[in-house]
Design a protein around this ligand. Structure first.
Ligand SMILES: C[S@@+](CC[C@H](N)C(=O)[O-])C[C@H]1O[C@@H](n2cnc3c(N)ncnc32)[C@H](O)[C@@H]1O
Length: 199
């Protein structure tokens, strides 16, 4: 039986062109490109069609891309086959994650939240490795109307506190205009973090 998240996301990736279309890599990663070593192992968690993973793989990075949606992975895989890029895919539910310790040079977590991943990432990134994390944060002043599920929002300052003993290179909590037409004129609060695990 499929995971409930897989049912929702498979439907989006199979039937909604907005989710199927090619996207640019996340700017949080590209704006810190100068910090990256020249090669290594990247984990793209809840990768979707892995736009940022594709960007890194094109530069020679080895990428492991995980997602609960088979439909998303199929779209991503067709890109990878065209270009013979070094990306491996696995279908995985990340609500109850297991990842190897001290394994990844970079972890990407864009627009997905599973709180157990925060402690998992702390162990799975190698010393000196980098975490790029961007997702929604609860708005202290406006009730989140779009999706009221507290499991989908970080609390204000929660991400910074979770990595307070790491070298925080970038941290901001800011408003982002919604791209969706139904939600036009509504902004959502997001958090963006780049942090390096101490050596
Ligand atoms: C908003 S998309 C973000 C995709 C990608 N990280 C990006 O930056 O474009 C959220 C992704 O989380 C995945 N997802 C949702 N629930 C999941 C779960 N339980 N385990 C793993 N991935 C999940 C969805 O399939 C979807 O691809």
């Amino acid at each position: 039986m499929s995971h409930p998240d897989a049912l929702i996301w498979d439907d989006r990736y199979s039937n909604d062109v907005r989710w199927q279309s090619r996207r640019p890599p996340r700017s949080l990663l590209t704006s810190y490109q100068n910090l990256l070593p020249h090669s290594g192992l990247v984990l793209d968690a809840a990768c979707g069609t892995t736009p940022t993973g594709l960007h890194l793989a094109r530069q020679g990075w080895q990428v492991i891309a995980l997602d609960v949606s088979n439909a998303a992975l199929r779209i991503a895989q067709s890109e990878v086959q065209k270009e013979a890029l070094p990306i491996s895919f696995a279908l995985m539910d990340l609500t109850n994650p297991w990842l190897p310790s001290n394994r990844f040079d970079i972890i990407l977590n864009f627009y997905y939240l599973s709180r157990p991943l925060l402690s998992t990432y702390r162990k799975s990134i190698k010393r000196g490795g980098l975490l790029f994390f961007e997702t929604f944060v609860r708005d202290e002043f406006i009730q989140n109307e779009v999706d009221g599920n507290p499991h989908h929002y970080l609390e204000p300052h929660e991400l910074k506190t979770s990595f307070a003993d790491w070298n925080i290179i970038h941290y901001e909590e800011t408003q982002r205009a919604s791209r969706s037409t139904e939600r036009r004129n509504r902004s959502r609060r997001i958090v963006r973090l780049v942090a390096r695990k101490p050596k």
